[in-house]
Design a protein around this ligand. Structure first.
Ligand SMILES: C[S@@+](CC[C@H](N)C(=O)[O-])C[C@H]1O[C@@H](n2cnc3c(N)ncnc32)[C@H](O)[C@@H]1O
Length: 283
């Protein structure tokens, strides 16, 4: 049995191979996203986040994300920010566009941007005159301004080069118009570390995912091992365990003003010990 180590940084990554396997899985076509077949490996694919998030396995493992919760959060957030109907929103690191599509449905002009080509190809099926998707690296300004820029569901803190976390905040600021608000919806690292489930086996679509979670050197790691079509895979997610104080430092360096902090998707008050989320509104 072959082993595919999709681990951090510069280790060899056989992206074409994983796509071959994914294509042979007997699953709906959209597992790979429309139009996604084999692609030439680019420099982007040398980082864990560029490879793992671009595979169909990532979407299989997390397929049970709570859509109702995500939609209710978007209702609550857009009401709170008082974004006028038709207002423009950039969903930065949008994945397959679950928030972006809903925001468009409730009346906003939405752009979804993500590094993952296969996720964007999938999302593009839903485009209309007020919903667009683009492959884009969030550490760079998008080149257009919006009434709001959302970075949702812990889509921050992946970079190996720390400077790119700050660059992402600067890019969000550059993407906001005069009236615009930035929103980062991050995990509450303290809560996550205190409640870490060290080992778990999760079976989704007949794939048995073996998960190991641990905190080390200021990062939270999740090792993900599974077998698919007779091949063994291992990925490691690695997210910087930013605290509120860390974000405050980044905001200061980016000349961004933190306006409000919430601790969950209903926008309750943030509590450093008990809140599951760290949701920051800034401009
Ligand atoms: C945890 S997922 C969340 C996706 C989406 N926001 C959601 O809630 O379903 C993180 C996303 O960040 C994207 N991502 C990672 N690094 C990125 C970068 N440098 N620029 C843009 N997107 C990136 C991944 O491709 C992935 O879709």
């Amino acid at each position: 049995m072959k082993r595919h180590p999709f681990i951090l940084g510069s280790e060899a990554i056989e992206v074409n191979k994983i796509k071959d396997i994914a294509e042979s899985l007997t699953r709906p076509d959209d597992y790979l996203g429309e139009g996604t077949t084999k692609k030439t490996m680019t420099n982007n694919t040398t980082t864990w986040y560029a490879s793992w998030f671009d595979t169909p396995f990532y979407h299989i493992l997390y397929k049970d994300r709570d859509a109702n919760e995500a939609h209710a959060f978007m209702d609550t957030l857009t009401n709170y920010l008082n974004i006028p109907l038709g207002g423009s929103i950039l969903d930065l690191a949008c994945g397959r566009g679950r928030h972006a599509r809903y925001l468009n449905k409730i009346g906003f002009d939405v752009t979804g941007a993500d590094l993952s080509e296969s996720s964007i190809n999938f999302a593009k099926k839903y485009e209309n005159h007020r919903l667009h998707f683009e492959v884009h690296d969030m550490s760079k300004p998008f080149g257009k301004t919006f009434d709001a820029v959302f970075n949702l569901f812990t889509s921050f803190g992946y970079f190996e080069n720390d400077a790119n976390n700050l660059n992402t905040i600067k890019a969000i600021k550059a993407d906001l118009n005069t009236y615009g608000f930035g929103v980062i919806d991050f995990m509450n690292s303290t809560y996550v570390i205190d409640n870490l489930v060290p080992e778990e086996v999760k079976t989704v679509d007949d794939i048995e995912f073996h998960l190991k979670r641990y905190a080390k050197d200021g990062y939270i790691f999740k090792d993900i091992e599974f077998e698919a079509h007779g091949e063994l895979f291992k990925f490691t997610e690695r997210v910087k365990a930013f605290s509120l104080a860390d974000f405050e430092m980044l905001f200061e360096q980016a000349d961004v003003h933190l306006l409000e902090i919430f601790g969950d998707y209903k926008l309750h008050k943030f509590d450093a010990k008990t809140s599951e989320r760290l949701i920051m509104i800034f401009k």
